[in-house]
Design a binder for this molecule. Structure first.
Ligand code: AMP
Ligand code: ZN
Length: 651
């Protein structure tokens, strides 16, 4: 039987929970018997539910008024027999029960599907309904009783004790934690309060039905249902799973702050929080520094053709991972981004894709580069050029090419170029603690990344001379813009584990499972995994993240230079925090005491190893993994010698 999503081919399930009954009562409203109604009858029997069948709306209402069914299943496929929606509305309006939830079930007369649907409803929806009813009973008890109310466990152990102004006690007894049913003494359950609290009932029902369709609700319902038929240890383990699922921070590892290594703690605190945890009361001093500045002049235009030979020479091996960006930095007098950008963008045909003259690209690269702060030791345009380089390198990997479209490649190159533009050389936590203008503008949320993305588009579109998007068709531009913003925001470290975990779960694991099978079907399925739009987003995020923090995977000398630069930038921040009486976000990064090898070991252990393992499994990067291994050993050897510096002292 073909499945159809259209309304006319679907069944309406109207779920009405009225009373706490031992045997569940189900009403089937089907004008005629068919495979679908027969399957539901069979499913009811198998599940031990009592089942009535009505052929007309009138018969249905009569039966419902008499028996008050817990679940009504209406046939919504044949409007010529009766108007199921009108019947639904009528049930809603007459029902004085706690709540009514309507769901649709797409036609499927497979008996087990019907059975599963009933069981899901019974365990999931009903449990929630019972909780709602219990809440409601407590409200009613509070409203109507002048007494103190105790909610106790079955053996009368008090769970909650609410005082009102009286002397006697009302018990709300918590019966069975696993079943989640609550037995309310001293208040009647059904229909007792239909008048005054009916409005509240129906709004509770609305709230319930608003969330009922969310995927997480379904997941929780499935787990609840599984718990019912599981042995106690499994049910208890699932309880813990549910507890975790109810939190919002599903992707951030929890650090036991005490025993962890202080370098890891500080890196996590400094890079992964907004500084709030460390607020101590007087930090919201308004920053006086103007963070965002646009240069008054543009430097002399240049073209790919008139790049000085010494610069061209340093870029000859730009397609190699071992390319030395610091040579280019000195050869270009700290303007590596413009030159490398011209070369890489031309290699990828970006101007052709954007229908943009090369002169516009040149001006754009120049103005973007001018908005990086050359005074930052790490977050300057050399870092942007380095990330652009790594991005271009990753884009040439076979798997990445299979996954991404040309527009994704262009977006990735643009995102890498602008991803830290106007970086003030201070972390998000610092800006939040200092109450900087940017932190206020972006509500302490992804402050820098929001600024980089927003400023990049402002600079680009403000002046036609550097507007590389000027000739793009509107929809193409919107798609490209969305992709660039998404990638720049993905560089925010608070989301690090979320991006890495999603990549592993949605891409690494399914691909690995397919590879184990290795058939032709799997080749097609693999292609589907790689090119699904939601997966392409994950690939792009992972790509820019890995490019952004790839410095521990560069050849040793380059890796050491980057470690020196980031440490210096952190030291400068600590100096300023101390000077201004701000909270010190990363106390281990104090120039007088810091062990750089230890900090690098922690950074690699905590952020780099897992991420690059996953990226390598996808993109195949043995040379990077080899460098990472060497570099890690290098830092370990310095640490074992108790050295704090970047390099061992000369012999
Ligand atoms: P971004 O600001 O976009 O460059 O994000 C990368 C984050 O990783 C920044 O907060 C850097 O400070 C941090 N980071 C990059 N490389 C290192 C490193 N070698 N050691 C410690 N932190 C690093
Ligand atoms: Zn960066």
């Amino acid at each position: 039987m073909t499945l159809s999503l259209s309304l006319s081919l679907s069944l309406s399930l109207c779920v009405c929970v009225c009373v706490c009954v031992c045997v569940w009562q189900v009403l089937l409203v089907f004008a005629k018997d068919d495979a679908q109604s027969n399957s539901f009858c069979w499913a009811c029997e198998r599940a031990g539910f009592r089942c009535n069948v009505a052929r007309t709306p009138e018969a249905a209402l009569e039966s419902f008024q008499e028996k008050n069914h817990d679940l009504i299943i209406m046939d919504h496929r044949h409007s010529r027999y009766f108007d199921a929606e009108a019947l639904c509305r009528y049930v809603y309006s007459t029902c004085v029960c706690v709540s009514v939830v309507t769901q649709r079930y797409v036609e499927n007369s497979n008996m087990m599907s019907c059975y599963n649907e009933l069981i899901q409803l019974h365990h999931g929806e009903i449990r929630a309904q019972i909780k709602l009813r219990a809440c409601n009973a407590v409200f009613t008890a509070l409203e109507q009783s002048q007494e103190a109310i105790e909610i106790s466990s079955e053996d009368q152990i008090i769970q909650v004790h609410t005082h009102t102004h009286t002397h006697t006690h009302t018990h709300t007894k918590h019966k069975d934690r696993r079943k989640g049913s609550l037995d309310v003494r001293s208040t009647t359950s059904r229909g007792s309060d239909a008048g005054s609290s009916q409005r509240r009932h129906s709004s509770m029902a609305r709230i319930h039905s608003m969330t009922i369709e969310a995927p997480i609700t379904k997941v929780i319902n499935i787990i609840n249902a599984a718990q019912e038929s599981s042995p106690m240890p499994v049910a208890e383990a699932l309880d813990r799973v549910l507890e975790i699922l109810r939190t919002t921070e599903l992707y951030s590892p929890q650090l036991g702050t005490k025993e962890e290594d202080p370098h890891t703690n500080d890196l996590v605190g400094g890079l992964m929080t907004d500084g709030l945890r460390r607020l101590s009361g007087n930090e919201y001093i308004l920053a006086t520094k103007q963070l965002h500045h646009i240069p008054g002049h543009l430097t002399t235009p240049l073209s790919l053709n008139d790049i000085p030979p010494c610069i061209a020479q340093t870029m000859e091996n730009e397609d190699s991972w071992d390319f030395d960006i610091f040579n280019l930095e000195s050869a270009t007098m700290k303007r590596p981004l413009t030159y490398l950008g011209l070369k890489i963008f031309s290699r990828f045909g970006v101007c052709e894709f954007l229908s943009c003259p090369e002169a516009t690209l040149r001006s754009w690269l120049q103005i973007i580069e001018a908005n990086y702060h050359s005074s930052n030791s790490y977050h300057n345009s050399t870092h942007a050029a380095d990330v652009l380089h790594a991005t271009a390198y990753f884009l040439c990997k076979e798997r990445v090419k299979q996954s991404l479209d040309p527009i994704d490649e262009v977006a990735a190159l643009i995102a890498a170029t602008v991803h830290d533009v106007d970086h003030p050389g201070r972390t998000n936590s610092f800006l939040c603690n200092a109450g900087s203008e940017l932190a206020i503008l972006y509500n302490d949320t992804a402050v820098l990344e929001s600024h980089h993305a927003a400023l990049a588009f402002q600079i680009t579109t403000r002046d036609d001379k550097c507007n590389i998007f000027k000739n793009m068709e509107r929809n193409e531009y919107r798609t490209l813009r969305q992709a660039v913003i998404d990638m720049v925001l993905a560089t925010e470290m608070t989301k690090h584990f979320e991006h890495v975990n999603k990549f592993v779960n949605s891409i690494n694991k399914p691909l690995a499972a397919l590879e184990e099978n290795g058939s032709f079907v799997c080749v097609c399925a693999g292609k589907c995994i790689l090119t699904a739009p939601e997966n392409r987003i994950l690939v792009k995020r992972m790509l820019i993240k890995c490019a952004d923090i790839s410095n521990p995977c560069r050849p040793l000398e380059l890796c050491i230079e980057w470690a020196g630069r980031i440490s210096e930038e952190y030291f400068a921040q600590t100096d300023e925090e101390k000077q201004q009486g701000l909270p010190v976000v990363m106390p281990v990064f104090d120039r007088n005491t810091c062990s750089i090898p230890k900090s690098q070991i922690s950074f690699i252990d905590y952020f780099i190893t897992d991420m690059f393992d996953a990226w390598d499994a996808f993109a195949d990067l043995p040379n990077l993994m080899q460098h990472l291994d060497n570099n890690f050993k290098y830092w370990k050897s310095l640490d074992e010698k108790k050295l704090h510096s970047l390099r061992p002292p000369p012999e």
